[in-house]
Design a protein around this ligand. Structure first.
Ligand code: FNR
Length: 359
């Protein structure tokens, strides 16, 4: 049998990933004031020790109002940079590439953490704030309407993304991902279901894409030329009249033209009542379509759990990377166990690897 493709390195600009396995960004809702702490070091460090090629830090808010919950990670001050620097350094020391996802939750901000029910914290309540969005349309009907961002507000959001990207570089991250998926602010601008603006940032597809494209362009300008820039998109809202694969292909083309190196293809999250046919690998065809039609690198994500399944995604050319979320929570050593399963040489951290071979 052939050597598994899952364990072939991938070079993007000046960064080489040791394999095609990515720890997908996953909110930990474990911060105070947006600052990283020992949880992030151990959680992400464990997955770097576990053999992944690229380890993403969770959605990291570029401004306080952009947090999903008060316990989200942030990167809006130099103290946040200092908190994340040891995390990036530790991931790197373990042979993985440290990446960070930059985010703004828009109308989905100011919520309780999932284990406290995810409900909206209203501005009048302790810990809550008023949400900003393209248009005054709430995510769920029982929520207060968000404030529509004015021109100055849009400039402030762009500036915050760019400043956070600078801080990500300063903190030692080697890959930056722009979060334009899952119904958060940039996705809210993209979808006609959440963006009914009549200015330059709404209306037709170029208008709705404007904020995501301008943000990607300015981030590309401030990060080093050798540093990969990814963007996560939702390929579809799973809702008639919403964002869909055709628009995603157009967006991916424009992002690639502005120096985005890889499109991380997820789906959903814009509206609460979408019916999503979740099943093993259900979003892989979207990653394959974007890769094929645009000629840009993609990553596939969503219910990829089995080594042979991940191998097939890479070997068939449906995507350049696989991103795993919950499987990595179950097993931080997923990549090393997959190497064993697929007959590749698992590269255990030295203090473990020697012990398995000693007699
Ligand atoms: C997520 N997901 C997610 N996605 C993202 O883009 N940014 C984030 O911060 C988070 N946070 C998050 C937290 C937790 C606990 C889970 C389980 C998921 C989505 C995640 O990255 C991934 O796309 C999905 O979980 C689907 O992949 P799996 O879990 O089926 O492998």
């Amino acid at each position: 049998s052939q050597a598994p493709q899952l364990f072939t390195p991938l070079a993007i600009r000046d960064v080489t990933l040791r394999n095609r396995i990515v720890v997908s960004p996953m909110c930990q809702y474990s911060c105070r004031d947006g600052l990283a702490n020992d949880w992030h070091l151990v959680h992400l460090g464990s997955r770097a020790a576990g053999g992944a090629g690229l380890v993403f830090v969770e959605a990291t808010a570029v401004m306080p109002e952009g947090r999903i919950s008060p316990a989200d990670l942030g990167l809006w001050s130099d103290a946040h940079t200092a908190g994340l620097a040891p995390v990036a350094a530790f991931i790197r020391r373990l042979g993985a590439v440290p990446g960070i996802q930059l985010a703004h939750a828009g109308r989905k901000a100011s919520c309780r953490p999932p284990w406290e029910g995810r409900s909206k914290i209203r501005p009048s309540e302790e810990g809550g704030w008023s949400c900003q969005a393209p248009s005054p349309l709430p995510f769920a009907p029982d929520e207060p309407a968000p404030q529509a961002l004015d021109a100055a507000g849009i400039e402030a959001v762009k500036a915050a993304f760019v400043q956070a990207a600078r801080r990500a570089v300063a903190a030692g991250f080697a890959v930056v991902e722009l979060h334009a998926a899952h119904g958060y602010l940039l996705h809210q601008f993209l979808s006609p279901l959440s963006n009914v603006r009549d200015d330059a940032y709404g209306g037709d597809l170029p208008g709705r894409m404007r904020l995501a494209l301008e943000t990607a362009s300015t981030i590309r300008e401030v990060i080093p030329g050798g540093m990969p820039l990814f963007t996560r998109i939702s390929a579809t809202d799973w809702m008639p009249g919403g964002w869909d694969l055709e628009q995603s292909v157009a967006l991916a083309r424009e992002l690639a033209a502005r120096g985005v190196d890889l499109i991380d293809v997820s789906s959903g999250g814009l509206v609460p009542d979408a019916v999503i046919p979740a099943a093993p690998g259900y979003q892989v065809p979207f990653a394959a379509a974007v890769r094929e039609r645009v000629g840009v690198a993609t990553s596939a994500v969503g219910l990829i759990t089995e080594p042979a399944q991940a191998e097939a995604v890479i070997a068939s050319g449906q995507a350049d990377l696989v991103q795993l979320g919950r499987a990595m929570l179950h097993d931080p050593y997923w990549a090393l166990h997959a190497a064993q399963t697929l007959g590749a040489q698992p590269d255990w951290p030295l203090p473990y690897g020697y012990a398995f071979h000693r007699r």
